[in-house]
Design a protein. Sequence first.
Length: 300
Amino acid sequence: MPSTIQDRIGTRFRQIITSTPDGVPPWLGVVAEGNDAGMYLPTDEPWQVHANFTTLVGGIRALLMQALHPGSLAGVEQHSRYETDALGRLAGTTRWLTIMTFGSRSAIAHEAARVNGMHSRVTGEFENAQGVKQPYRASDPDLLLWVHIAFTDSFLTTYQLYSGNTVDADRYVALWSQAVEPLGLRDCPMTQAALHNALEKFDKDGILRVDDTTHRVVKFIRQPPLSRTARFAYWFLFQGAVASMPAKYRHRLGLRSLPMWIVGPITRTLLQAMRLAVGSHSPIEEAAVARLARIGALPL
C-alpha cells in the first residue's frame, strides 16, 4: 500500500513538472540514448545539485532574480506563454536543465540547437533603467550572462541552505558554466566569489530595475495556477526562495521574508517530506546512470 501511494504521488509530481498526462518526461529517451558520458558524472557537482529537490526552490528564486533585468523580463513578457501555459513553460525549462545535466554530448548538442532556435525568435525592445528604449535579442551576451548567473546563484544558494549536504561551490560554478557554452556564452564566472561580483556589477552599472510589469510577473510567480494541494506546498517553497535572496533584491521586488531561522527548518523538512512522498525513483537520473553503465563510464 505505501508503495502504491508513493507511486501515485510520484506520478502526479512528475505530471506537473513535465506537463504530460502520464508523468513520463518526453525527453527520457533522449537522456538514455548516446554513447558518451556527457558533461557530468554522478560525482560532479552539477549532477549532485540538480538531482536534489532544492531545485524546486532554486527555480523559483531564479525566476525572481531574472525578473530584475528589464531585458530578461521583456523576453518573458513579450514572448513567453507563462500566463496561459505556465506548466508548459516549466516543462521546457526542466527539459533543458535535465538534458544539459544528465544527457550525452549528442543530446546536449540537439538541446542547445533547440534553445538557440528559440532564442533567435526572441527579439524586441525594452525600456532600460534610465527610461531609454533599446533593442534586445535573447542571444545577447549580457542577457545570457544575467540569466546564467541568476540561475547558477539560485540553485547553488538554495542547495547550500536547504539540502543538508555540502558541495564544492567553486567547482559547481566552474563546471556548470560549460552548459551555456553551446548557447554562445563563454565568458562566465568560475568561482562563487566571481559569481557574486558579476551579480553586483549588473546592479552597480544601473542595469536592474523594477516597474509595473515586474510586479505583475512576480505576482504570477507568487500565485501560479496550481491545485489547492500543490498551492499549499508551493507557498512554503516560495517562502524558502524569497528568504534565500539578498535583502536588497527582495525589497525592490516588494517581497517580505520570514526570518531564516524559521524558514530554513520548515523548507528543509518540506523538501525531505516531498522526497519521501515521491520516492527515490527518478526516471531521468536512472536513465542517465543506465547509459553510463552501458558504456562503462561510471566512476569506481
